[in-house]
Ligand binder design. Structure first.
Ligand code: BG6
Length: 520
């Protein structure tokens, strides 16, 4: 492996190594990092699990898992990583077993000269966070003296503010806030990192980035998948806790934050927290008016018939869990006063897409705007997060060859279409950042706390009201109420860019048909 100068030697210890996250995300990410030469030269990985396995079995699993990478993996580099992958069997609840782990890691320190630096990746259910952290501490594996030890945790980080606080106390007691890396994998996505650059490195956008020039902001994360085999988790979470509390609010903070004083982790996160603090709290009446929830019923996607949520495996047949949420939010600060931020996310929608649309205000209704025959469109800036990554800009120009007809035209930058570019996957970037000790792309505790507080208020109102959830057909754009949410402000959801690229028919509701016209 190529020596990466800013990466210190370390051992990555993955608890829960046989789980889905390790197989689908972590092993492919490690294979990609090896391919790009972004692993430290003195490095090893220890997969920790309960089952009895040998190093060679685990290496075979990782070799197979590396095939999930969307990028080109160099076989030689991958094999060099596999050689450094070891297995350690233990029961996380068994205190004695940590003694064995400690000795094993010390042996590897000698073999790979990793100097006692450790990353503990807890790819396990949150109820184990506390036990693992406590026992690592008890056995002197997280002292942070003479070497560093960091801990990485995945969502769900609690199920509400109270449970999140408990988890946090358990982790920070051992590691301290500075050494806790809470993953929100959306922050590892390429365009989210690009978002700050686009905003703060261009004269073009920043002066217009406020309520004087922006009419509305839309954030859409739509998925075609259903709940799959995650019924029990999802029943307790729903789209609000699964997507809005974390990914959606993170997108919102990056769009709305002020320029940070510096690019270090705390300066950036200080600004993100200010956005969360400025979110207008939703009263009971506001939840009823400004939040729409829905659940997918049976339907069809891509010509395939799919089950409704209530028919899914290990889901209550009378479940009231939300698989779709749309919200109209306001940020009560100087920059954003009065600008609606519309957020929507749902499963079993017609396309997989994540994007942010900034719609600028229109020019005064004179000159070209006063001419009836013109079909002027709004100025739109679309940040395409996935599957296509890039930026799309729409503005008005004269239609060539005509006398005075004005028409919307577009400029479209597709970042992941650039030839030879293997856009790093989210976990690749995030793992590299933990190794570097850069926590900018991880959520700080106060971000998590404000986000839970905001979301808890909504779920409490839902619980109190006990109203029947709106059922939408799988493959549609969600409940009609989500269209009405925007319509009363004279706005409408913009059809995700992905629909325009698709060669299959995408269901269009009346609103979207109009939008398609605008967007082309
Ligand atoms: C996860 C949610 O955090 O994000 C899933 O738990 C969701 O329910 C997933 O499907 C979406 O991530 P991505 O990267 O596929 O958009």
């Amino acid at each position: 492996m190529v020596i990466s100068p800013d990466l210190e030697p370390c051992i990555l210890v993955i608890f829960g190594a046989t789980g889905d996250l390790t197989q689908r995300k972590l092993y492919p990410a490690l294979a990609n990092l090896a391919t790009k030469g972004f692993l430290p030269d003195r490095f090893a990985v220890v997969a920790v699990g309960r089952r009895s396995k040998t190093d060679s079995i685990v290496r075979e699993e990782a070799r197979h898992a590396a095939g999930f990478s969307a990028n080109t993996v160099d076989i030689k580099a991958r094999d060099r990583f596999l050689k450094r992958l070891h297995y350690f069997q233990m029961d996380f609840d068994n205190r004695e077993a940590y003694q064995g782990l400690r000795a094993f890691l010390a042996q590897l320190d000698d073999a790979y000269q990793t100097q006692g630096n450790r990353i503990f990746f807890l790819a396990v259910a949150p109820q184990y966070f506390g036990t693992i952290a406590k026992d690592l501490h008890f056995h002197g594996m997280a002292t942070n003296v003479g070497a560093w030890q960091r801990v990485v945790v995945e969502k769900p980080f609690g199920n509400d503010l109270t449970s999140a606080r408990q988890l946090n106390t358990q982790l920070t007691k051992t590691f301290g806030e500075q050494r806790v890396y809470r993953i929100d994998h959306y922050l590892g996505k390429e365009m989210l990192q690009n978002l700050m650059v686009v905003r703060f490195a261009n004269t073009l956008f920043e002066p217009l980035w406020n309520s004087r020039y922006i009419e509305e902001v839309q954030i859409t994360v739509s998925e075609t998948v259903g709940v799959g085999s995650r019924g029990p988790y999802y029943e307790a979470a729903g789209a609000l806790r699964d997507m809005v509390q974390n990914h959606m609010l993170q997108l919102l903070t990056l769009i709305a934050m002020e320029p940070p004083v510096a690019l270090d982790a705390d300066s950036v996160r200080d600004e993100k927290v200010k956005v969360l603090r400025s979110l207008r709290p939703l009263t009971k009446a506001a939840v009823t008016e400004q939040v729409v929830r829905g659940q997918y019923g049976p339907g069809s996607i891509d010509g395939e018939t799919v089950l409704g949520y209530r028919q899914e495996e290990r889901v209550d047949p009378a479940s009231n869990t939300d698989t779709y949420v749309a919200l109209e939010l306001y940020i009560d600060n100087f920059r954003w006063s009065g600008v609606p931020f519309y957020l929507r996310t749902g499963k079993r929608l017609p396309v997989r897409s994540a994007e942010i649309v900034i719609r600028f205000r229109e020019q005064p209704g004179v000159l070209y705007f006063a001419q009836k025959h013109n079909t002027l469109g709004p100025n739109l800036l679309v940040i395409k997060i996935q599957p296509e990554e890039g930026i799309f800009l729409q503005f008005n120009a004269r239609k060539p060859g005509t006398q005075h007809t004005i028409t919307p035209v577009t400029m479209d930058y597709c970042q992941n279409c650039l030839e030879g570019l293997d856009s790093p996957e989210a976990y690749e970037r995030l793992l590299a950042d933990v190794m570097r000790g850069d926590s900018t792309l991880f959520t700080r505790w106060d971000e998590v706390e404000y986000a839970w507080d905001f979301v808890d208020k909504i779920s409490h109102v839902w619980e109190e009201m006990e109203t029947e959830i709106d059922i939408y057909s799988a493959g549609s754009w969600g409940p009609r109420a989500a269209e009405r949410l925007l319509a009363r402000n004279g706005h409408r959801w913009l059809l995700p860019f992905q629909c325009l690229l698709s060669d299959r028919p995408i269901p269009l509701n009346e609103e979207s048909k109009i939008r398609e016209g605008i967007r082309r």
